[in-house]
Design a protein. Structure first.
Length: 260
C-alpha cells in the first residue's frame, strides 16, 4: 500500500515549510513504492522559484548553481519527513546534463552528476505528486526523451567493469579474499545496469535491489539465478576462485548484452 500524498502541502504550510511561490511538491522513497515499514521516512521534494533558507542549517553539495540543497526535518503523526528543496533552475540544470546532446559529447556534463542529482533522476520516475501532477508528468516526459536511462546504465557498467578488472588482477596475485569482495561489487553494479536498462532505477539504494529484481525477473538473469549469486549459494570458502570466476562470467554477460 502506497502513501497518501494528498495532505502533504497542507502539512508543510502548517509548519511554515513551504514558500509562497513554488513550482511543485512531490514525494518519493520506499513509502511511495509501497515498500515502506512503520519506521520509514517520507522523502518530500519542494521545487521552489527562489532559494529556500533552511531553519536547521543543513545542506548537501550538488554540482549545480547554486551548489547546495537545503533541507528541513519534521515529524507528522510520528513519522519523520525529510524535506529537500530544489530551485527550478537546479532541476533544469540536471535535466540539461542528461540531454541526448550532452550524452553524445565525450566531455558532456552528464559526467559531473553528483550523488544527489543521480538520486533525483532515479526518484522522479516513481515519485507521487502532492499537487495536480502537471509538473511531474511534464518532467517525466522530458526524462523519457532524454538520455538519463543511458547515463545510469553507463555509470553502473563502468563501475562493474572496474571491479571486474580488480578481481581478475587479484586472482592473478593469489589474493582471493580481495577478489571475492571485488566480485561482489562487480555483480551488484552489473545488476544495477540491467535493472536500469529495464526501467527500474535505484542504484543508490542497494537495499531494494532484490525487490527490483523480483519485479523484473529478467530473462537475462532470472530472479532465482540472481538470488543464488546474491546470497553466494554456491560459494565454497575453501575454493573461492570458482565462485569468483563464475560470477565474473555473469557480469561480463550482462555487460555484453545490456543495451545502452
Amino acid at each position: 500500500m502506497t502513501y497518501d500524498t494528498s495532505g502533504v502541502i497542507a502539512e508543510l504550510k502548517s509548519r511554515n515549510l513551504l514558500p509562497d511561490a513554488y513550482e511543485t511538491v512531490f514525494a518519493s522513497g520506499s513509502l511511495i513504492r509501497g515498500w515502506g515499514n512503520p519506521t520509514s521516512d517520507l522523502d518530500v521534494h519542494v521545487v521552489t522559484r527562489d532559494r529556500w533558507t533552511s531553519t536547521i542549517d543543513e545542506t548537501n553539495h550538488v554540482a549545480l548553481e547554486p551548489n547546495t540543497l537545503q533541507y528541513e526535518g519534521t515529524f507528522v503523526d510520528g513519522r519523520r519527513w525529510d524535506v529537500e528543496y530544489w530551485t527550478a533552475s537546479q532541476i533544469e540544470q540536471v535535466l540539461s546534463k542528461v540531454s541526448q546532446e550532452q550524452f553524445a559529447d565525450a566531455q558532456g556534463t552528464w559526467r559531473t552528476l553528483s550523488y544527489h542529482e543521480i538520486a533525483m533522476l532515479e526518484r522522479l520516475p516513481y515519485a507521487a505528486a502532492a499537487d495536480d501532477g502537471a509538473w511531474l508528468e511534464g518532467t517525466r516526459e522530458r526524462l523519457a526523451a532524454s538520455a538519463h536511462r543511458s547515463v545510469l546504465i553507463v555509470n553502473s557498467l563502468k563501475q562493474a567493469d572496474s571491479y571486474t578488472e580488480d578481481a581478475a588482477g587479484q586472482i592473478a596475485r593469489g589474493d582471493l579474499y580481495s577478489a571475492v569482495l571485488a566480485t561482489k561489487n562487480a555483480f551488484n553494479h552489473s545488476v544495477d545496469a540491467l535493472q536500469a536498462s529495464l526501467g527500474q532505477f535505484g542504484s543508490l539504494w542497494p537495499k531494494w535491489r532484490a525487490r527490483r529484481m523480483e519485479i523484473l525477473d529478467p530473462a537475462l538473469l532470472p530472479f532465482e539465478a540472481y538470488w543464488a549469486v546474491e546470497t553466494m549459494r554456491s560459494f565454497d570458502p575453501d575454493h573461492p576462485r570458482k565462485w569468483v570466476e563464475e560470477t565474473i562470467a555473469v557480469c561480463q554477460r550482462i555487460s555484453m548484452e545490456v543495451s545502452v
